[in-house]
Design a binder for this molecule. Sequence first.
Ligand code: PEP
Ligand code: MN
Length: 352
Amino acid sequence: MIIVMKSGSPEMEIERISAELETWGLKPEKIVGRYKVVIGLVGDTAELEKERLQELSPWIESVLRVEQPFKRASREFRHGESSEVVVSTPNGPVTFGEHHPIVVVAGPCSVENEEMIIETALRVKAAGAKFLRGGAYKPRTSPYAFQGHGESALHLLAAAKQVSGLGVITEVMDAADLEKLAEVADVIQIGARNMQNFSLLKKVGAQGKPVLLKRGMSATIEEWLMAAEYILAAGNPNVILCERGIRSFDREHTRNTLDLAAVPVLRHLTHLPIMVDPSHGTGWAEYVPAMAKAAIAAGTDSLMIEVHPNPAKALSDGPQSLTPERFDQLMKELSIIGNAVGRWPQPVPALV
Ligand code: PEP
Ligand code: MN
């Protein structure tokens, strides 16, 4: 349930109502929106009468029941307003959200060595990316495939971060690695295969770094939002949702089916920022640019693109990785669409 306060409600009144609700065994959560303050209520509210809440104060404008099973993740919980995730990076804070420029995250699938991660970081930064991605711990279908360099790759990410000033996004697979990973990562990625690893979700929810939650390859949108709810319920409000393609019947021409309809659907259902990953979404570098452009037109807040200095030699996901040159060109193409939707940080450069 949510309690919408009238504009200009005194702070003391909001505190008084919240304290009263706590004595009822509820967990009131104050949400300060652009226009209104809302008190979110999660807990056993099924028997609670709206009228009883309304009577608590003349400053209460309305009391609404959140109909969705995902409560904190639902757009209703913030009374229709989008939330922002502000991430601090060495180059300054970067904001993910509906009312902000599109944030581009780029880098290799895996961190392979110092030279390649630093070269990639500098190239993607020069092209306009704000975050470097790169896996230290890789979820691979085969136990015999390259599993990532682990802790030593975290040190390489730290070096690339220092040289480039970019924020770092990297995946956690095992909660035991969370602490050391969080020393380097500005955003912690939960991969598609762990989207419903509920104990891991609770743990990333209980720490302070923002979380990028990728959609499970067979997850419905509701299951995905319920996974986000685990993180929010554990106390971490900073969750970004990443559509990365779902499993469908055609695996010959595309690796996954990028569900772009998820973008407007999420916008309708949730206040959380949205990212699209056309690299895993298509599986082929030649299809990435078209879907990246389409994702911006569809309303995404952010893009994740795999870039590798030599895709033919990549230890993972080479076929879907762009060269730095192709990424440069793509960023110019994206600026046209980004400007058309009023969400690109710079004006359109000359296309070469
Ligand atoms: C990745 O980002 O490299 C990755 C493994 O992604 P996903 O979890 O979406 O497959
Ligand atoms: Mn990958």
